[in-house]
Design a protein around this ligand. Structure first.
Ligand SMILES: Cc1cc2nc3c(=O)[nH]c(=O)nc-3n(C[C@H](O)[C@H](O)[C@H](O)COP(=O)(O)O)c2cc1C
Length: 363
């Protein structure tokens, strides 16, 4: 396993707490939404509870919240296959995020199964392009990472600028250890600023790309009703944006979703972060992207267990022309960086939706 960590401490000013999801008023549908999210994130049931274990798997991070997975349980095996009808070709033309998302789900699956006494180690099967989780009963244990599954979220908000202790940074590093995945942590302001500038450059390029914007818009759910009905996509309140009625949402998006406005948000989010994490897999193939997904999900769960928030800022890996500069910045020239996250202390935003478990299980 190759593993590098760059850690430069200190230097960050404590910045004032940032924006919250202020506009998510508790209207009738917002209250319905909040109730549905509680049910979705209810604790696991007793016994093996395979439905609960799969429900926990679906709570994993996944690109654009497309939930690109199908689950199939048979004997002592659960398979997770890619749902290619949920690809996002504009932002993810080679399905990198799709396979990383399967890794995130597999990690949750293994942690939740262990908490129910079903132990195993998920693996990626290149022949079928699917995840295979063979488990045995009577082993496995609950863990703080499993407890964090229903609480974790991608928090797209300003953080409060507080630094993270070296003890907690070590815990994050340890949690994210997955074979063949390197993690580079930046906690010094100069390096965070350099990553931020790449994020802004990548975001500016994406915002000028009509196909990217059209795809993104198709996955935004602008109000609680739409989020509940579809059970997928990017719920606007989960990104700190106002809920909008369907008729207003499209025009408002076209008007307000500008490169300048989005860049300002990212500057605020990065400038108030405690650090940045970059994950680099050993190879550029689905098995490696699956491993990266496992590592970043474990990182996010450990962050959650420590009371930290984190979110993905993948523009410099999504826009291929920025990858070499990021690879050089993390000290791994020639490699393909896979995932960029920022972390720190921040607010709770409304949780993002999921489809019912029954909709993602094949019998
Ligand atoms: C591989 C991958 C790439 C992602 N890229 C981004 C990103 O660039 N920007 C972002 O805001 N969220 C990104 N996300 C986060 C997803 O949008 C988020 O996980 C999904 O909407 C579900 O929300 P949750 O994480 O709060 O449960 C990514 C997630 C994964 C797994």
């Amino acid at each position: 396993m190759k593993r590098r960590t760059l850690l430069v401490g200190g230097g960050a000013a404590v910045l004032a707490g940032g924006a919250l999801a202020g506009s998510f008023a508790m209207t009738g549908s917002a209250a319905d939404y909040a109730r549905a999210m509680e049910t979705l994130r209810a604790p696991l049931g007793g016994g093996p509870d395979l439905d609960g274990v799969i429900r926990y798997a679906t709570l994993a991070a996944n690109g654009h919240n497309t939930q690109p997975w199908r689950f199939h349980a048979s004997g002592q095996t659960i398979r997770i296959s890619p749902d290619l009808s949920r690809r996002t070709p504009a932002v993810d033309p080679d399905d990198h995020h799709l396979y990383a998302s399967l890794g995130c789900a597999a990690e949750n699956l293994a942690l939740a199964a262990a908490a129910r006494g079903l132990s195993g180690n998920p693996r990626f099967d290149p022949a079928s392009n699917a995840v295979v989780f063979d488990y045995r009963t009577g082993a496995g244990q609950p863990s703080p990472l499993c407890d964090a599954i229903p609480k974790r979220q991608s928090t797209r908000a300003d953080f409060d600028g507080r630094l993270v202790s070296t003890t907690d940074l070590s815990a994050l590093e340890r949690a994210a250890q997955v074979p063949d995945v390197s993690l580079v942590l930046f906690a010094d302001r100069a390096s965070i600023d350099r990553v931020r500038d790449l994020i802004i450059a990548g975001n500016t390029a994406q915002m000028a790309d009509k196909t990217f914007l059209a795809e993104l818009k198709s996955w935004i759910r602008f109000n609680p009703n739409a989020a509940l009905q579809r059970g997928d996509g990017l719920f606007s309140a989960s990104s700190g944006n106002p809920a909008l009625p369907g008729w207003l949402a499209g025009p408002m998006f076209d008007l307000a979703f500008t490169a300048d406005a989005e860049n300002k948000k990212y500057i605020g989010q990065l400038d108030t972060s405690a650090g940045v994490a970059v994950f680099i897999g050993a190879r550029a193939d689905p098995a490696s992207w699956f491993a990266v997904g496992r590592a970043c999900q474990r990182f996010a769960l450990q962050a959650t267990a420590l009371g930290l928030k984190c979110s993905f800022v993948n523009q410099p890996v999504e826009v291929a022309s920025f990858r070499p500069e990021l690879a050089t910045l993390v000290g791994m020239p020639g490699q393909r960086p896979d995932i960029v996250m920022h972390y720190g202390y921040g607010p709770n935003l409304p949780m993002s939706p999921r489809r019912p478990v029954a909709d993602v299980i094949d019998t």
